[in-house]
Structures are given as structure tokens and as C-alpha cells.
Design a binder for this molecule. Sequence first.
Ligand SMILES: [Zn+2]
Length: 125
Amino acid sequence: MYDLKGLLPESWNCIDCGIHTAPGCTNRIEAQRMIALEQAVGKGEEDWRIKQTIDDQSELYMVRDAVWKAAGMEPMGGCLRIGCLERRLGRKLRPKDFPATIPSTICLAPRASSIGEVADETACF
Ligand SMILES: [Zn+2]
């Protein structure tokens, strides 16, 4: 079986609050099963299709390794909603917390947060 361990999350549920962070996306096991079905009908890797849907409920992002570690997270240690990550950090996220070259669904427009602050910076990626 094609192994996606370390490439896709085991679960998209936030490990703090349990809310699904990417309702239209498959987790590792689901993606591996879809690939197995593609292989079973003789499709080569270049023809595999795994539909992923991103919408306004999706929280897909990456932060710099130091930010993730400061939140007490291991690499591929699970998913966190932005509000839960900010709660762990004890502060709002800033544009510089995100790698410049990786797109994200997160917009840091002024918003109420779960820690009772309003962002003072606006950044959409
Ligand atoms: Zn959460």
C-alpha cells in the first residue's frame, strides 16, 4: 500500500477542540484507500485523482517551525484551528509567523478571537 505517513494528517480534527479543520479533505488513511482503488483499476501514479475541497470552513495553513514548537506541537503532531493555536501561544498570529512561500486559507483580517483580542494586522495569503 502506498504510504502517506508524514505527508497527510491522521485526522483533520483540531486536537484541542475537536472541530474539523478541513471538512472537504481526506486524511491519510482515506487518501491511501483512494489510491489503492486507483491502483486496483490499473491507474498509474500520474492518473491518481483524490478530490480535495477547500471552502470557508477550511483552516489550512502552515506556520514556521518555531511557532509550531512554541505551541507545544511536534511536526505532524496533529491539527489546530487558528484560535486554538493562538490560545496556546497566548497571542495573535502575525504575518511573519507564516512561511512566505506556502499558501494558506487563513486571513488575519481584524477579527474577534477566542482569546478576546482583535488582530491589529491584516494579512491574507
Ligand atoms: Zn481547536
